[in-house]
Design a protein around this ligand. Structure first.
Ligand code: NAP
Length: 250
């Protein structure tokens, strides 16, 4: 399998902790030069960069709220200026504001759609021109099993994550002729700061629906992302890869 990332340049949005950090570290371990993006968590972003650099690999960080188009453009321009290139874009930044629809505020609907879906549009829009010009690109967007199967209390989150899937399939069709692939990874339940605060009862209930009988690890999601970002996945586009212990089977 040809998965040499030497000389490749990647952006991982929201890589100051959790799944994004694992993706950044795994890409860097393969030789990718990684731009670690964060919105607020400066200390976390530093930790990701330090973890990569301490292993002799290359990373730098860039603060940008990618739900704002101009800041997403700044992130892409920083990467092009610093490394002269952009091969891989991983749209991982995400958030939740869980609530039953009866109690969900308009603000929480808008915020989740903006951070999870509009950020993906923003970064892809800014990255697509340089990728088109180069006739090469790997885009991996992070969705969720909630965007496939739905989840009570997550109408906003599920809508945003389904949106990521539809968006990715359309973009995959638009860009295939220029050898740019666009794929989706849909994690199941992965312990991170996003899931820490869920009620124990809900965690137990979720566990009972996972055939492999355990939560996933951020590193297991990262391995799937890195596969889709590599040369070996060059004939795969517009696909959704679930990393969920079998929780959702098509
Ligand atoms: P996490 O630990 O809360 O990390 C979220 C990351 O996104 C942080 O680095 C955060 O950095 C960043 N972020 C949030 N808003 C941002 C913005 N506007 N601009 C730039 N960065 C932003 O969450 P996680 O569990 O690792 O989730 C990563 C992705 O996986 C998300 O898309 C999530 O929906 C998806 N996912 C997670 C699970 C799970 O079980 N954990 C399951 C399915 C899908 P700052 O604090 O600096 O903003």
């Amino acid at each position: 399998m040809n998965n040499d990332f030497t000389g490749k340049v990647a952006i991982v949005t929201g890589s100051s902790r959790g799944i994004g950090r694992a993706i950044a570290e795994t890409l860097a371990a393969g030789g990718t030069q990684v731009v670690v993006n964060y919105a607020k968590d400066l200390e976390g972003a530093k930790k990701t960069v330090d973890a990569i650099v301490s292993k002799g690999n290359t990373a730098s960080m860039f603060q940008a709220d990618v739900s704002v188009l101009s800041q997403a453009e700044d992130l892409i321009n920083y990467t092009l200026d610093k490394y002269g290139n952009l091969d891989i874009l991983v749209n991982n930044a995400g958030t939740t504001r869980d609530q039953l629809i009866m109690r969900m505020s308009e603000e929480d609907w808008d915020l989740v759609l903006r951070v999870n879906l509009k950020s993906t549009f923003n970064c892809c829009k800014a990255a697509i021109k340089p990728m088109m010009r180069k006739r090469y690109g790997r885009i991996v967007n992070i969705s969720s099993v909630s965007g496939i199967a739905g989840n009570a209390g997550q109408t906003n989150y599920s809508a945003s994550k389904s949106g990521v899937i539809g968006f990715s399939k359309s973009l995959a069709r638009e860009t295939a002729a220029r050898k740019i692939t666009v794929n989706v990874v849909a994690p199941g339940f992965i312990p991170t700061s996003l899931t820490n605060d869920l009620p124990d009862e809900l965690k137990e209930q979720t566990l009972s629906h996972i055939p492999l009988g355990r939560w996933g690890e951020p590193e297991e999601v990262a391995e799937a992302v890195v596969f889709l970002a590599g040369e070996a996945a060059g004939y795969i586009t517009g696909q959704v890869l679930n990393v969920d212990g079998g929780m959702v089977m098509a």
